[in-house]
Design a protein around this ligand. Structure first.
Ligand code: GLU
Length: 618
């Protein structure tokens, strides 16, 4: 995926010699969509599964009638949609054996630590949104990284008091947060799992010790981040001659296999206490950070009440603060509802104008008010209230912009009644990339999980002898120590990750999420817009070109956004980036019907949806 705001993403289009023909599907859909939009046809036809994508993946036989694999597939008894075919296959195998969605998600995340270490892993954190069908309840497990207790408000300022340039900040030991993923997975398993941790870790351990051929995205991330990687990482990701691994090379990581075996044996204590914790803290401190073994021993997840917002006859349910994601997604969609966006064609100038303006309004409030709710009072309910959003939407005008973007003006935040604005600094655009996956089981338990080490390859620091990468999540704090998202000891940085379950009549019918830093919010909001307002099939909904902006345009855009729409909106003051940003985001979804599940994996990387039909012949 080429994610221009995502800086170090590399060429994630990843079209290459080994790409199946379906990998450029976005371009195909984009051109088909242009034609459909122009003719007013509406919903794009999407094949039930891609013919190319049926070869076996490790963990399942895709040709086996009990599994269906592809970019979009249908199945009755279970569905996994992730960025990695191996991980999707392993998780589908867990579902096939009667495991719950959480069992499968835990196995999947451990596999991703091995097969996609550039995007997520045990050195990072994340947010897992779980629907428990028996309890008829949504559980949100927040394993966001925390700043060590030795962190200081000015740790990202230089001696002159200026912010350390972002490109340098991302490599600092100070950027590494206390990781949460292992505790998050264990907590999810305790609360919703049925399988022992030992069995769920086996596939990841086998992959780390036996090896597997790396894909084009992993190879590109090794090459693109080579300068950032420490010696342990370059050794792990190079061949016997010391050259960076390339696509198709076998990657074996015996150190990581041992680390995972220790977790398999002793659970989170193996990670948060003892030798691994000591090595982790020492690696961070050697790079200038303050993390101690006490910080690691003190880490725990929080179990949060989800954000809930009524929209378009459904309920958007997701991770609350410290992620700004689901609430900002809901704000954008509710503003668009107030503006009756469905009146306009899907690729019309008016549609893009309204999406840009609604995003800018929501973004201005996000940056003004949001931070870790353990440290700041955020008027979350007021910001999402119908009365406030109607007032904000009423500011939008057809044919003219909210501010003079051409003169560099930005959209101002609002002030819900009774709320004092708290002007913070203008944050750096947050760049990074992570992974999102969704799992649904036969009992309709559902998991929507976004998991990260922040930037691709995180801080570039691998814990020597332990085989895993460390995050640089604390760069999500504002460097200038003002406003709600400034650094403080034990605080969690503001996130944009948007793991969401859409509920209808209290029951999940859609799961969605994406990587992409700030662009996560717009990728997820527009996927929901395309599915629910424009009626596109799940794969078409996530493939439809998106735009991204903050309270300060220009608007970034994907290929497929028509030139005539950009030209027309420019005439009333919208400012667009000169060139397309390539692909933005990597959205994974599952749609949950009464009798069938439909999974779709974003073609911008090599993702795969794998479905389970247990009742079908062996
Ligand atoms: N650090 C980002 C956030 O929490 C996630 C990483 C990404 O950009 O995908 O918003």
């Amino acid at each position: 995926m080429t994610n221009r705001i995502g800086g170090n993403e590399g060429d994630g289009n990843t079209s290459g010699p080994s790409d199946p023909p379906g990998v450029r599907r976005r371009a195909l859909l984009a051109s088909a969509g242009t034609a459909a939009g122009a003719l007013g046809i509406g919903t794009l036809p999407v094949a039930a599964s891609d013919a190319w994508s049926t070869p076996d993946v490790r963990g399942v036989g895709c040709a086996h009638p009990q599994f269906t694999c592809g970019r979009q597939v249908t199945a009755a008894d279970g569905m996994v949609s992730s960025v990695d075919p191996i991980a999707s296959g392993v998780a589908a195998g867990v579902l096939r054996d009667g495991g719950t969605a959480v069992d499968a998600a835990v196995a999947l995340q451990y596999v991703l630590t091995v097969t996609q270490p550039h995007g997520s892993g045990i050195g990072g954190g994340g947010f897992m949104v779980i629907y428990d069908a028996d309890a008829d309840a949504v559980d949100v497990i927040d394993s966001r990284e925390r700043a060590p207790r030795g962190a200081t408000a000015d740790m990202f300022l230089d001696e002159d008091g200026d912010p350390i340039p972002f490109a340098d900040r991302i490599r600092l030991g100070e950027a590494v947060g206390v990781p949460g993923t292992v505790m998050g997975l264990e907590t999810a398993l305790d609360r919703h799992g049925t399988r022992p941790r030992q069995r769920l870790l086996t596939p990841a351990i086998d992959l780390a010790s036996d090896g597997f051929p790396i894909d084009g995205v992993f190879a590109a991330q090794i090459a693109d981040n080579w300068e950032k990687l420490n010696d342990a990482a370059t050794a792990a990701y190079s061949d016997a001659n010391g050259r960076p691994l390339t696509e198709g090379d076998t990657h074996v990581n015996p150190d990581l296999a041992e680390t995972l075996e220790a977790i398999e044996r002793d659970g989170p204590a193996a990670f948060y206490e003892g030798d691994i914790a000591a090595d982790l803290a020492a690696t961070v401190r050697d790079a200038g950070g303050s993390m101690t073994t006490d910080d690691l021993a003190a880490y725990d997840v929080t179990i949060d009440d989800p954000v809930r917002a009524e929209w378009n006859g459904v309920e958007i349910v997701g991770q609350p603060l410290p992620s700004s994601g689901p609430s900002t997604v809901a704000s954008i969609l509710k503003l668009l509802d107030c503006l009756d966006i469905g009146r306009y064609d899907r690729r019309s100038p008016a549609m893009y104008h309204l999406v840009g303006e609604a995003t800018s309004l929501a973004w201005a409030d996000r940056n003004e008010y949001m931070g870790d709710p353990e440290f700041v009072d955020v008027p979350s309910d007021a910001l999402l209230s119908d009365a406030y959003l109607e007032e904000r939407a009423a500011l939008v005008r057809a044919g003219e912009t909210l501010a003079d973007y051409e003169a560099g003006e930005c959209v101002a935040p609002g002030a819900p009644s009774g709320v004092e604005p708290v002007r913070g600094p203008s944050p750096d655009p947050k760049r990074g990339s992570t992974t999102h996956f969704s799992v649904v089981d036969a009992d309709r338990n559902a998991v929507s999980y976004t998991s990260t080490i922040e930037q691709l390859m995180g801080s570039g620091l691998m814990v020597p002898g332990r085989g895993f990468m460390l995050n640089n999540e604390l760069t999500d704090f504002d460097a200038v120590p003002e406003g709600p998202n400034k650094v403080a000891p034990w605080k969690r940085p503001l996130s944009s990750m948007s793991p969401i379950l859409v509920l209808r009549d209290g029951v999940p019918e859609f799961t969605v999420g994406s990587p992409g830093g700030w662009t996560i919010i717009t990728s997820v909001a527009q996927t929901l817009l395309h599915r629910y307002v424009y009626g596109l099939e799940p794969l078409a909904a996530l493939s439809e070109p998106t735009v991204f902006t903050t309270e300060c345009p220009p608007i970034m855009w994907e290929d497929g956004v028509p030139a005539r729409a950009r030209e027309a909106t420019s005439r009333f003051g919208q400012v667009w980036s000169d060139t397309s940003s390539g692909d933005i985001g990597n959205v994974q979804v599952i749609e949950i019907g009464d009798d069938e599940l439909r999974g779709a994996a974003d073609p911008t990387r090599d993702g795969r949806a794998v479905g389970v039909d247990r009742g079908r012949p062996q």
